[in-house]
Design a binder for this molecule. Structure first.
Ligand SMILES: Nc1ncnc2c1ncn2[C@@H]1O[C@H](COP(=O)(O)OP(=O)(O)OP(=O)(O)O)[C@@H](O)[C@H]1O
Ligand SMILES: [Mg+2]
Length: 392
């Protein structure tokens, strides 16, 4: 044992540099095809964690895919753990309303890339993302179509939560829609598995998740034992956006986000939310009191439909334990009253161009940093802690 170990170690150090390069160059990864089987067509996304390209399958020219580059920059060696987590989760989730991961592929290592392969997550291509669609004034959703979007979004959430996965980055840019009108939850880069601790030992998840504008109050107050309700808050924000066409609460700091939430959803205190006083940041944040809840009143002019307003009100519930879950939302009368949900493909057929947030004329002013304490570099004035006029 000892000597064998010694001799193999010996042979590896005597392998010449050139031999090593040759070994790496010709190494054939099992279950990992070469990226050359795809031909890039256009860049369609630029996330914090890398670029996304539309590409064509060379062996099947009618087939398009999206290739998300795995960023290796800050890795000294090895495959990034964050990408591994995303892949593991995507391999587990197979549902019509979740983006389909086809495979992982890689470039060949060579002198040109200093013997480092680039890896890509390869997905079925979806023609649009919701942020891109909402930023285009020519795209008009009927009430039935909005219902179809929300129903599919909630179906996706129901499925991932049932499989004990939290998405943790709900926002319109992470919701894809195919030209056939099928909605797919995407971007599992921040997702994680959860279990409801039966042992009574609370979870200690990071609360540095979810893009600021879609971040629920429990995360802003430092909760680390959160669960599926974090994604339903995001679903509520997205739902309102289907009518307002821009994010409803565009804070530029965690404090301001809490202020905006209080102004819309009412004061945060132990009356509106029993137990909130136990959250870590409860005493460190300024929580405006005497704020009336105005969700219905402020959104009614946009949404009109009373069922829609009622469902939104129940999704944007401050207390996560009282917030509607995916199942409860799917059973809401909104989805079961006329007009019933309508297939989206007809409406989408009137638009021949793909719509992505990345390609849209900067509606959101920024590609907000996903960890987001970043202030928005916009001149839009916020009158001392008050509303942003411009916002919805
Ligand atoms: N399967 C797909 N089909 C079409 N477009 C896609 C697909 N996957 C991703 N995109 C586009 O690329 C964008 C970025 O992808 P994704 O959100 O997965 O990456 P990210 O780097 O995590 O992004 P961010 O950090 O901005 O959230 C999406 O918003 C969408 O516009
Ligand atoms: Mg994203």
């Amino acid at each position: 044992m000892q000597s064998k170990h010694h001799s193999s170690h010996h042979s590896s150090i005597t392998m010449s540099m050139r031999d090593k390069e040759k070994y790496i160059e010709t190494f054939s990864f099992p279950y990992c095809e070469e990226a050359t089987k795809y031909q890039t067509v256009a860049k369609i996304g630029q996330g914090t964690f890398g670029e996304v390209f539309k590409a064509r399958d060379i062996n099947n020219p009618k087939k398009f895919v999206a290739m998300k580059k795995v960023l290796m920059d800050n890795e000294k060696e090895g495959f990034p753990i964050t990408a591994l987590r995303e892949i593991r989760i995507l391999q587990l989730l197979k549902h019509d309303n979740v983006v389909n991961l086809i495979e992982i592929c890689r470039t060949k290592a060579s002198l040109h890339n200093r013997y480092r392969s680039t890896f890509y997550l390869v997905f079925d291509f979806c023609e649009h993302d919701l942020a891109g669609l909402l930023s285009n004034v020519n795209v008009k959703f009927s009430l039935g179509e909005i219902k179809k979007v929300m129903q599919q979004l909630l179906n996706g959430l129901y499925y991932i939560h049932f499989n004990k996965i939290l998405h943790r980055d709900m926002k319109a840019a992470n919701v894809l829609i195919t030209k056939g009108g099928i909605l797919k939850l995407a971007d599992f880069g921040l997702a994680r598995a959860f279990s409801t601790s039966k042992t009574g030992v609370p979870n200690r998840f990071t609360n540095r998740v979810v893009t600021l504008w879609y971040r629920p109050p429990e995360l802003l107050l430092g909760d680390r034992n959160y669960g599926p309700p974090v994604d339903l808050w995001g679903a509520g924000c997205i739902m309102a956006e289907m009518w307002t066409r821009s994010p409803i609460m565009q804070g530029n700091s965690e404090q301001q986000q809490l202020t905006l939430i209080s102004q819309l959803c009412g004061s945060i205190n132990p009356t509106s939310w029993p137990g909130v006083e136990k959250l870590d940041m409860y005493n460190n944040m300024e929580l405006p009191q005497e704020q009336k809840r105005k969700v219905k009143e402020r959104l009614r002019p946009y949404m009109k439909d009373p069922w829609a307003v009622d469902l939104l009100d129940k999704l944007l519930t401050l207390d996560p334990s009282k917030r509607l879950d995916a199942d409860g939302a799917l059973n809401h009368d909104f989805f079961w009253t006329d007009p019933m949900p309508v297939d989206l493909s007809k409406m989408l057929a009137t638009h021949t161009q793909s719509m992505f947030e990345f390609l849209a004329p900067a509606r959101r002013a920024t590609q907000v940093n996903r960890h987001h304490s970043m202030p928005r570099p916009s001149a839009s004035s916020v009158q001392d802690g008050g509303y942003q006029d411009r916002v919805f």
